[in-house]
Ligand binder design. Structure first.
Ligand code: ASP
Ligand code: MG
Length: 422
């Protein structure tokens, strides 16, 4: 990656779909970008597609094919971001601001060739830097890239955050701003918990765990990239100038970290239970090799102790893999690996996240006690250094989030007043 020159710090701002959903919103973002440029003349803006554009393109693809994917799918999906960047370019041009909008291939965002879920390999920053030197605001399509063979790729849903982070990293930006429709990183989804607390700052690790356990505020891969390149992330509203949340290294934060920073949930999961699995070596290996061969990633595995030579294997996976897993279950039955397999989509996961979970005794007990008091049955439990997750019935997940949040963040108190705002 090319090292930037000394012409002043570079700021990267990424705006999500809601922020550019209509022509009116795009004009408002143009205003905002114009103001940001007064403070930070070297400004790069990364955009998502307008509103639900990408969902609409996916739906269209399903109208013409049962299994839309691969190269053609990416060429289609990448059109959404081309619309939003060029419109913002026109809006800024209209205001007399020097600007250039670029697709990922025009500005050298090179990915591998895993269509639909590509990874950024490198960014050739020469074009971006040259445009900044010409005093232009550079607007870049999020979510997409180009392979060595000039094929268009996309990075996976929600991938514009990754583009923002990778561009910030390649340019050595002073900050990667994630401008969005929430005010910052909160202790829970404010639509479920209206009195959720907003953090002034959290660590990269906390942000990654929260994002991967269902908090929608930012893509976990974006936080990973910024962590690796030590680029601070500033999550803030694109609708007002509130202070938002800084994501940075834990050791750069002033206050001691709270034990629990967030309660999050994910409904887009399903649970598969294999019944009467013969108790012999190599069986789990066989099951998981088959899953891996179909590129199905599993979030949580539980194998119960067996009785009378037969056991049970349960695993939790993302909704999108259910069809593939159901086909495998039939296959396993016919191969005698299980007598039955139950695929349950009516499940959801609730997690508590925090850097000090492992070293703070009693947090798991409190979480389980709250669920018990609410009469909510826990199906499976998993825990790691930074997360305790419970699989429960889909129907109870919102009340579970409210109850668990109230336990760790009682309404009316701000336990980390220096770190959080209400
Ligand atoms: N437009 C893409 C999507 O909807 C990428 C993004 O919004 O980050 O997934
Ligand atoms: Mg579900």
């Amino acid at each position: 990656m090319t090292v930037p020159d000394d012409a002043g710090p570079i700021v990267v701002q990424k705006y999500g779909g809601t922020s550019v959903a209509t022509a009116e919103r795009i004009r408002a973002i143009a205003e905002r970008v114009a103001r940001a440029r007064d403070d930070s003349p070297r400004l790069v803006v990364v955009l998502s597609a307008m509103g639900k554009t990408t969902d609409g393109l996916v739906a269209l693809a399903h109208e013409v094919s049962d299994d839309p994917r691969g190269r053609e799918m990416d060429l289609l999906l990448a059109t959404g971001e081309q619309v939003s960047v060029s419109l913002l370019g026109l809006a800024l041009q209209h205001k007399g601001i020097p600007v250039i909008s670029l697709t990922a291939s025009q500005c050298g965002i090179r990915t591998d060739d895993a269509f639909n879920i590509a990874r950024i390999e490198s960014i050739d920053t020469r074009r971006i830097l040259a445009e900044l030197d010409r005093k232009r605001v550079v607007i870049i399509t999020g979510f997409q890239g180009m392979t060595r063979d000039h094929e268009v790729t996309t990075l996976g849903r929600g991938g514009s955050d990754i583009t923002g982070a990778a561009v910030a990293a390649a340019l050595g930006a002073s900050v990667c701003e994630i401008c969005t429709d929430v005010d910052g990183v909160l202790s829970a989804d404010p639509r479920k918990v209206p009195h959720a607390m907003q953090w002034r700052e959290i660590s990269y690790e906390e942000a990654i765990e929260m994002a991967s356990s269902g908090a929608k505020v930012l893509h976990p891969r974006a936080a990973e990239v910024c962590m690796a390149y030590r680029i601070p992330i500033h999550v803030r509203s694109s609708f007002h100038d509130g202070e938002g949340t800084w994501i940075r290294r834990g050791d750069e934060m002033v206050m001691e970290q709270a034990a629990v920073v967030g309660v999050s949930s994910d409904r887009k999961i399903a649970k598969v239970t294999l019944i009467d699995v013969p108790d012999r070596p190599g069986l789990a290996a066989e099951v998981f090799r088959d899953l891996a061969a179909r590129a199905i990633s599993v979030r949580l595995v539980i194998q119960g102790a067996s009785a009378a030579g037969l056991g049970r294997i349960t695993f939790v996976l993302d909704d999108e893999y259910v069809e593939g897993a159901t086909r495998l279950v039939d296959d396993w039955k016919s191969r005698g690996l299980a007598t039955a397999g139950i695929v349950d989509r009516e499940v959801a996961k609730i997690s508590i996240v925090g850097s000090r979970l492992a070293s703070t005794p009693g947090l798991a007990a409190r979480m389980f006690a709250v669920l018990a008091r609410e009469g909510i049955n826990i199906d499976c439990i998993s825990s790691s250094e930074m997360k305790i997750a419970c699989v429960i019935a889909d129907a109870h997940v919102d009340e579970a989030v409210r109850a668990v949040h109230d336990e760790f963040f009682p309404e009316g108190t701000a336990p980390q007043a220096e770190r959080a705002t209400r």
